[in-house]
Structure formats: C-alpha cells, structure tokens
Design a protein around this ligand. Structure first.
Ligand code: NAG
Length: 372
C-alpha cells in the first residue's frame, strides 16, 4: 500500500519535473543521433564549445542548434552561427571559428528542412554532393566559411529550397544548369566566391526570386535579356565579374527592381534610357565599365536614387539637366568620364562635392571651378 503510494507520488513528481524542464515526450531518432555525432566528429570548435551540449540520448531535448519535429522526433533543423548575438558567443567573448569539413553524414538527416552552418571562417572541403537528396530542405545557408569545389550539379532537385546562401567561400566551377529548376527559390547568394562560366540563359525561370547576389566572382558572358521578366526580383548584384556586352534596356522596366549593381565588369554600349528613367530603382552602380554615349536626360519627379554611380566609364556629353527634377539624389558619382559643359545649378548639385565630377574632360560650374 505504502509502496504503491510512493510509486504514484514518484510518477507524479517525474511528470511535473518533465513538464517543468520542457523536456518533450519525443526523443530523437537514434539514426539521426548517430548522423549528428558523425557530423560533429568532423568539425572542431576550439573556442566556443557549441557541441558541449551534444551528449545523452535525446538530441531533440537540449542539443545546441538542433531542432526536431515534435511529432516524429526527426531532426528538422541545424542552426550553427559563428557570428550572432547568441549568449553562447557573447559568453565566449569572441566570434566563432571552426575547422574541419561538413560530413556527408548530414545527408542521412533526411527530414532536414534547414541547414545553417554560417560564419565559422575555416570550415573547408566541399559541399557534400549528397545534400541534394535532402528533399525537405528549405534553407541552405553555408555563408562565411572556406568551402571549395563546385555547387552540386543536381542542386535543382531541391524543389522546396527558398534560401541558398554560399557567399564568402571559395566555391568554384560554373552555376549548375539545374539551378534554374529551383522553382521556390527566393534568395540566392553566391557572392564572393570563384564561380566562373555564364549566367544560365534561362535564369528567369526562377520566378520566385527576389534577391540574386552573384557579385565578386569570375562570371563571364552577357546579361540574359530575359532577366527583365523576373517580376519579383528586387536586388540584382552582378558586380565585380567579367560580364560584357550591353545592358538590356528592359531591365529598366522591371516591376520591383530596387537595387542594381553592375559595377566592375566589362559592359559596353550606351546606358539605356529606360534604366535611368526607372521609377523604382533606388541604387544603381554602373561604375568601372566601358559604357559610352551620353547620359540619358530622362530623370523625372519620380526618380529617387539613394546612390547613382556612373564613374569610371567613357561617358560623353553634358550632365543631364533633368536631374534637377528628381525627387531625391543622395550619392551621385559622375567622375572619371569624358563629360563636358556647365554643371546645372540647384538641387541635387548644390549638396555634392567636387569629387563627384572630378576627372572629366571639361566640366565647369559649382562645385568645380566657374565656367569661363
Ligand atoms: C560602385 O562600385 C564601385 C566599384 O566597384 C565602388 O568603388 C563604389 O564604391 C560603388 N559605389 C557605391 C555608391 O556604392
């Protein structure tokens, strides 16, 4: 009788304890736990101790950076960020640094929907090709490591993928043909790698894409004109590549494009009037190309540029007078061209410095020397 009472009390106490500490009723799948331990064994984190909590049976309970589906006990996300406000980093008083590689064992976590291994600076080796078998994957964020080798050729199999960020690594090879099959992709960031080859001509198949950041690579070829059909694309960064040819005029008619970085390429031909007359574009950087012709005089009261940089080209003619009608021009740089003539008087020219107009053929008037 007494024994039974004690038993019930104990059970009750255990239940309260379990509820109190938030331990879920599901424990993680043992296959997933084994895969996580293998993943962990190929990384080394000498300073932060992010893996110190990866002990015991229940990887769903308290393993740092691991999240599970509460019904199935399957691992659904891994989020390990080396730079964040997370207490584990602030306590360590430094940002993260890890060496090692991303084990192909992650591919055994076949219910994974989010894989974030970001800003550890020294994780090297390839992106495991088998990652394309993770059919539930929505977020793949490996920014800020030292990953090398190509993007997996069949990356287009990840039909749920919305975010693909491998920026700031040493990824080489070309953009896989299959990438344009990623029909759910919203954010693509391949910036600051060693990617070569062309932009796929069917890039505009990425209908959901809102940010395409491909800058600081070795991409060549032309800008596919069909990009102008991408109705959700708000940010396009192709800066610091080896892209040539002319700028497709229709880019100026894109519905939501707000920033366009084409600087430091080999673009030639004239600046399309449609581009400068665009109503939504707020940042346009065409600096350091071989653009020629006149600057189209097509600004309107709906022009609103926080930055307009046309410096280091071969532009001729005068400074467009319609800039006086623009709603706002913050930063303007027309330096290092072949412009000539009188700089118009009034806003935005009255708040600009001489550097904005330096190194042209024969410009005069404020903020340069007065005209003869
Ligand atoms: C435009 O690009 C050039 C060259 O890449 C860079 O130096 C400049 O700072 C950029 N301008 C703006 C306003 O960001």
């Amino acid at each position: 009788m007494a024994a039974q009472l004690i038993y019930h009390l104990l059970l009750f106490a255990l239940t309260i304890l379990a509820m109190g500490t938030g331990v879920s009723s599901v424990t993680c799948s043992s296959a997933d736990r084994a895969a996580l331990l293998k993943f962990r064994s190929e990384l080394s984190d000498p300073y932060i101790g992010v893996f110190s909590s990866w002990t015991g049976e229940d990887c769903c309970g308290h393993w740092y950076g691991v999240g599970c589906d509460q019904e199935t006990g399957r691992v659904a996300d891994i989020t390990l960020r080396g730079e964040s406000e997370d207490p584990i980093l602030t306590r360590a008083g430094r940002s993260g640094l890890m060496t090692g590689r991303i084990s192909p064992a992650v591919c055994r976590l076949d219910r994974l929907s989010s894989l974030v291994i970001a800003d550890w600076k020294q994780i090297s080796g390839p992106i495991p090709a088998c990652i394309t078998s993770l059919s539930a994957l929505r977020i793949l964020d490996l920014v800020g490591n030292r990953l090398s080798g190509p993007l997996p050729a069949d990356i287009g199999k990840l039909s749920q993928l919305t975010v693909l960020n491998v920026a700031d690594n040493q990824i080489s090879g070309s953009i896989p043909k299959s990438l344009t099959n990623l029909g759910s992709l919203m954010h693509l960031n391949l910036g600051n790698n060693r990617i070569s080859g062309r932009i796929p001509s069917d890039f505009s198949k990425l209908k959901m894409l809102s940010r395409a950041l491909l800058g600081r690579n070795q991409i060549t070829g032309v800008i596919p004109a069909s990009i102008s059909h991408m109705n959700r694309l708000a940010d396009l960064d192709l800066a610091d590549n080896q892209i040539y040819g002319s700028i497709p005029p229709a880019i100026g008619s894109m519905l939501v494009l707000s920033s366009l970085y084409l600087d430091s390429n080999r673009l030639s031909g004239a600046i399309p009037a449609m581009l400068l007359g665009s109503k939504g574009l707020g940042i346009l950087n065409l600096s350091r190309n071989a653009l020629d012709g006149h600057i189209p005089d097509v600004f309107t009261s709906r022009s609103y540029f926080t930055a307009l940089d046309l410096s280091f080209n071969k532009l001729r003619g005068d400074v467009p007078k319609t800039l006086l009608t623009a709603a706002f021009v913050g930063h303007l740089d027309l330096s290092h061209n072949h412009l000539c003539g009188r700089i118009p008087e009034g806003s935005p020219f009255d708040h600009l410095e001489a550097a904005s107009f330096a190194n042209n053929d024969c410009l005069c008037g404020w903020p340069l020397q007065s005209c003869q």
